[in-house]
Design a protein around this ligand. Sequence first.
Ligand SMILES: C[S@@+](CC[C@H](N)C(=O)[O-])C[C@H]1O[C@@H](n2cnc3c(N)ncnc32)[C@H](O)[C@@H]1O
Length: 276
Amino acid sequence: MDKDYRAVNRDLWDERAAAHAASPDYAIERFAADPAYLSHVVRFDLPLLGSVDGLRGVHLQCHIGTDTVSLARLGARMTGLDFSERSVEQARTLAAAAGADVDFVVSDVYAALDVLPEAGYDLVFTGVGALCWLPDVRDWASVVARLLAPGGRLFLREAHPVLWALDDARPDGLVALEYPYFERPEPTVWDEEGTYVETDVTFAHNTSVEWNHGLGETVTALLEAGLRLTGLVEHDSVPWEALVGQMDRRSDGEWRLRDRPWRLPHTFTLQAVRPG
Ligand SMILES: C[S@@+](CC[C@H](N)C(=O)[O-])C[C@H]1O[C@@H](n2cnc3c(N)ncnc32)[C@H](O)[C@@H]1O
């Protein structure tokens, strides 16, 4: 590959930002229409998230800002960070339309400390398709730990590494391990048209460069960065149709394997605090 992984992935995300903002799946117009509206990701998070009222929060890899604005609506003073300028433009437009006072910055997540204050946050929120874009989970954990103020907490809901390791939906219906579960130096490179939301847009940039990180690797990286694990829950649902044709949509908008969903950890929520 001629381009570095960041440039390849940024092209992919820049191109998808406007299409995502226009897709019914992100329901952008509902934020302006209903001042109480929250993204379905944050609505799912609420029981484990608890109150964020008054917290200084940063949302890493915030994409078009739907979850960032939702957290602001719950009373957090939010900053969103993403390396895709086009995504951040959409996020700013959304925040303005939603009447939410949110700061957005354009930065690589590994360079977050160049643009955000060290120990400046009570809450680091991230996930749902974020860690897979990063080659080294230890470097990510160190950024998270440095952003958190003493006593501050990480809230991470992410696709489960077992889900990322599965073969795509197979005609024989088998759920089969095909891709790396553990973090490996070499990425998995995909070349796939389309995206995870409903859209008619045809994209020119379809290559993505990704890494998986085992659950133990993520936990260990956070512990080694000095955080204390306070919660780890595995879920039997995921916010998008991860195995196309093999999942059913529930009334809360989450997707679950149709056949014996209890075989598969779909996503997980991890919480950790920086000791005070
Ligand atoms: C799947 S989206 C996150 C989705 C988000 N949870 C949501 O549903 O809105 C992944 C985001 O990570 C961002 N991203 C990928 N690699 C990054 C990096 N190295 N630094 C900062 N942002 C990155 C992309 O630009 C994209 O907006």
